[in-house]
Design a binder for this molecule. Structure first.
Ligand code: AMP
Length: 545
């Protein structure tokens, strides 16, 4: 027997309907690509998304199943494109401008993107690349007539504001199956080619709701949310959906993500919740350190993920600015949130010192994510906080395949997705990432966590950033090399770093050497690029080797 409840497909346009109807006046503040601060509301975004949908279906032929790419910063217009195209049954493919040209060309061609919506910032890039993108029909430049480039060699250039002006703001959204695809994002492709992850309306709605839960990001209409994490980095960690579900005020930082610009918006717009990768927060904290009078009185919590959040960053937020930190882990393949380091009923009772040890971990699974650790033979391992194994996940917002069937090996026959991460799970249910399986340092048959080494090193005075990599060693197979960027003006030495680390990690984990460099390379999504570092240090030999 079936239930007798209404048919109400979980389409992402429901989120916009809700925000426009019940939080219609709530403000969306953006730093525009053209420069000035722009203010609008959910009601206005709703009208303009409908107008855009009607215009792109009439004039550009975008409709059910069309794949349209965006290369854009977080602004109100990017939000309108998401809802306008998804609302038609089209698929928005977000492109990361930090990828190398060859990767971008590969991704656009592989996804078979029809139209590309591009911010003004990227017009020169597409002018250069378009000859290698034969399937792209044309480019919508996300700006008004006044700012359109006077001359451009772009194929079929269309002005975004003119497109909207020609559309119908009363356009009625079509209804269709909630399992219809609506978004696409490629993995960063650190091994082999990037692979396409395809989200559905249903997965985005469920994942957005999950993120609002108080044991997740705890979002509400009392919040002012600033997603510093770009919409092209795994759906801005749900915030382009969950902000509308909660009816929160939204602040979109546009192209300026440096410490001073981020601070300016956090402070002036009285942001209560924000999210981004650790490198963004390093820049903000550096700015705050250089300007000791600056405070963050409105900012209640910050979600940090994408790579391991060093203790030094967490402590700086909590102890110096009274802002709580939620350490989150996830993947493009998980929409992306997989775990969050928030207190549970059981851990609330722990003394502060004990809680901090747990808070540094990547956290526990929210409702709609299931996780387990297994050995290489797929046998489940105990949740004792010590045994580490392959981390596998399951849920309605976890990928079950990649676009065009690639990378099938990551999907187990029994429906679990192998994350490629190595982790422990403790008796309270908190998961701790040891490493990407390919980054773990294998010394004498035992494993050393590069993340733990980095965490401890980054708390050493004078250290700005640290990365640990395993390099070949005759006796031990691999030993850790610690690569360090000093803080501006600091003179911290190898011996000082090693002395600081002593007693904080097992003695045999201590790096065999410390190399000081001017910069540590990062990937397009802000992770330390271990691949590039290993390449840089391929001729390095340990003094002891
Ligand atoms: P992406 O799909 O680009 O977001 O990358 C996902 C990968 O980033 C994960 O599989 C992890 O290896 C890494 N990652 C994400 N968040 C964290 C975190 N909080 N701590 C450690 N690694 C993380």
């Amino acid at each position: 027997m079936l239930g007798l409840m209404q048919e109400f497909p979980l389409l992402v346009t429901r989120l916009l309907d809700h925000a426009a109807r019940w939080h219609g006046d709530t403000e969306i503040v953006s730093r525009s690509v053209e420069g000035p601060i722009h203010r609008t509301s959910y009601a206005e975004i709703d009208r303009r998304s409908r107008a855009l949908a009607s215009a792109v279906s009439n004039r550009l032929g975008i409709g059910m199943g069309s794949i349209a790419a965006t290369m854009a910063w977080n602004t109100w217009r990017h939000l309108e494109i998401w809802y306008g195209v998804m609302g038609l049954g089209g698929i928005v493919h977000t492109l990361n401008p930090r990828l190398f040209a060859d990767q971008l060309v590969y991704i656009v061609n592989h996804a078979e993107d029809g139209w590309v919506f591009t911010d003004l910032s990227f017009v020169p890039l597409f002018e250069k690349l378009q000859d290698r993108l034969p399937k792209v029909k044309g480019f919508v430049v996300i700006t008004d007539r006044q700012h359109m480039p006077a001359e451009t060699s772009l194929r079929n250039p269309v002005c975004y504001e003119e497109l909207i002006a020609s559309g119908d703001p009363g356009f009625a959204w079509p209804e269709f199956d909630e399992n219809t695809a609506c978004g696409m994002c490629y993995t960063s492709g650190t091994t082999g080619n990037p692979k396409g992850v395809v989200y559905s309306h249903r997965s985005n709605v469920l994942h957005g709701m999950m993120c609002c839960l108080s044991d997740a990001l705890g979002l509400s209409s009392r919040d002012t949310i600033m997603p510093v994490v770009p919409m092209f980095h795994a759906n801005a960690w749900s915030l382009a959906f969950s902000s509308l579900i909660s009816g929160a005020r939204l602040v979109l930082p546009g192209p300026k993500l440096d410490g001073a610009s981020v601070y300016e918006l956090l402070d002036r717009e009285r942001v209560t919740f924000t999210a981004a990768v650790p490198t963004v927060w390093m820049m903000l904290l550096k700015h705050l350190e250089q300007n000791p009078a600056l405070r963050l009185p409105a900012l209640e919590r910050v979600a940090i993920g994408g790579s391991a959040c060093p203790e030094a960053i967490m402590k700086a937020f909590v102890e110096n600015y009274g802002t709580d930190v939620i350490h989150a882990w996830g993947m493009t393949e998980m929409s992306p949130i997989g775990s969050l380091g928030v207190k549970s009923g059981r851990t609330s009772a722990l003394p502060d010192g004990e809680w901090w040890k747990i808070k540094l971990k990547q956290g526990r699974a929210p409702f709609l994510v299931d996780m387990k650790i297994t050995d290489d033979d797929n046998r489940a391992l105990p949740h004792d906080g010590r045994t580490f194994g392959r981390l596998k996940v399951k849920g309605p917002a976890v990928a079950r395949a990649y676009f065009k069937g690639e990378g099938a090996a990551a999907f187990d026959a029994d429906g679990w997705f192998d994350t490629g991460d190595v982790a422990t799970i403790d008796p309270y249910g908190y998961m701790n990432i040891t490493d990407r399986s390919k980054d773990v340092i294998k010394s004498g048959g035992e494993w050393i966590s590069s993340i733990d080494l980095e965490n401890v090193a980054m708390a050493c005075p004078g250290v700005q950033e640290a990365a640990a990599i395993g390099l070949p060693h005759l006796k031990w197979d691999e030993r850790p090399l610690l690569v360090v960027v000093r803080k501006e003006g600091a003179t911290v030495s190898k011996q000082q770093v090693l002395t600081h680390m002593e007693g904080k990690v097992a003695k045999w984990w201590l790096p065999d050497d410390v190399a000081f460099v001017d910069d540590i390379p990062h990937t397009a999504t802000g992770k330390i690029s271990k691949l590039t570092l290993r390449e840089r240090f391929k001729d390095y030999r340990f003094p002891s080797a």
